[in-house]
Design a protein around this ligand. Sequence first.
Ligand code: NDP
Length: 444
Amino acid sequence: MEYIEKVLSELKAKNPHEPEFHQAATEILNGLKPVVKAHPEYEKVALLERFVEPERVVMFRVPWVDDAGNVHVNKGYRVQFNSAIGPYKGGLRFHPSVNLSIIKFLGLEQILKNSLTGLPIGGGKGGSDFDPKGKSDMEVMRFCQSFMTELFRHIGQDTDVPAGDIGVGGREIGYLFGQYKRIADEHAGVLTGRGLSYGGSLARTEATGYGLVYMVEEALKCRGDGLKGKTVVVSGAGNVAIYAAQKAISLGAKVVAMYDSNGYIYDKNGVQVEVIKQIKEVERGRIKAYADRVKGAEYHEGCKGIWSIPCDIALPCATQNELDAAGAQLLIKNGVKLVGEGANMPTTLEGIALLQKAGVVFLPAKAANAGGVATSALEMAQSSGRMFWSFEEVDSKLKGIMVNIYHNMDEAAKEYGVAGDYVAGANIAGFTKVASAMMAQGIV
Ligand code: NDP
């Protein structure tokens, strides 16, 4: 379609060194073809051009001092992408690979993900090329304090509410919040993923992984099937991966493999999530230790081999582009039935095309991992209402939201003539609400 091609080619020309941003925009805009065709008025007001251009990008210096007294300088980012339907909302990622392209791809995805939750939250994302791995608690604290010393002036409970992502868990959120409170002199719900003793929500830690599995279960249920007895491969060993594995197991599946950035473990008897939690959450160690502790488990150096393990369901939950065409081909060859994306953009465009062509049920990230941000929005509601809901209450709201998102994207795909294509369905269902709010608010 001419309009979409024009927007994509302008986007690539204006942002030449941002491959991840190009990839995300290509996937999203191509999925929107039927809806853009049905709304010629969008082109007249340059709606897509505005949609792919962040409202604001903040980049800043983050200087900090390590335990030995050496001074380091990292880059800090906050991309406030779209506030048409609510305050900017989206995580902070601390990882050496972070750059503007990655933050923009995540921010663009986040707009539609947040819209899909049905809650009033706009899209944003941020982070730094700081690597928390191998740093002492005090070093992480000093970095977080320096990062927040600049970020605090750009965020607020009705403006922009960051959360965690890769490398930003409970410890980092605590340090960031402490510094915000100290500078702004307010105990506000300005970050989510907070600890339970200072305004956090029960079930937020589990939400993204649990939410992913609730959607998988619903997709299987609609096909007269369920997770019971299924073999599952989960990539990653962080927040999303651990709780996805835990929930899949509790619903009767067998998780046989997981990885961290060094290599994967294969446990034919079923991965013991408590051992993974001890190694990754408590000891901040390497997954390799699992094979030393659990009889019969194997460790393999390198990550890609994980996709050669036969499974019914694959849940990529680590990072972008971890499941490429070669991985998808291996999964298909071994009879995979469903792929649910826990991470953001973990499957390459070629990988998605292969899986969809082979008839594999493909649940895209912006729908399948929306449980985290949905529960963050529930945390915001609890904060502003000075309320505290039980685990069961939050968990059952989360489940309702995930089931709802599944049916919304399923129906949107059917309505626009692309039944079963959930990539298109999720993009369309998320976009229509944002587009309608942007149309109503004029050229801004
Ligand atoms: P964590 O930092 O808790 O865990 C990330 C995991 O992925 C770690 O096991 C890490 O390995 C592994 N990993 C990171 N980079 C690579 C790589 N290049 N190759 C192989 N493995 C890698 O992050 P989260 O679990 O929070 O996030 C995982 C994904 O889920 C991200 O894409 C994030 O954007 C997405 N997401 C997270 C949400 C949340 O609520 N946390 C919400 C929605 C999406 P190692 O231990 O070696 O570092």
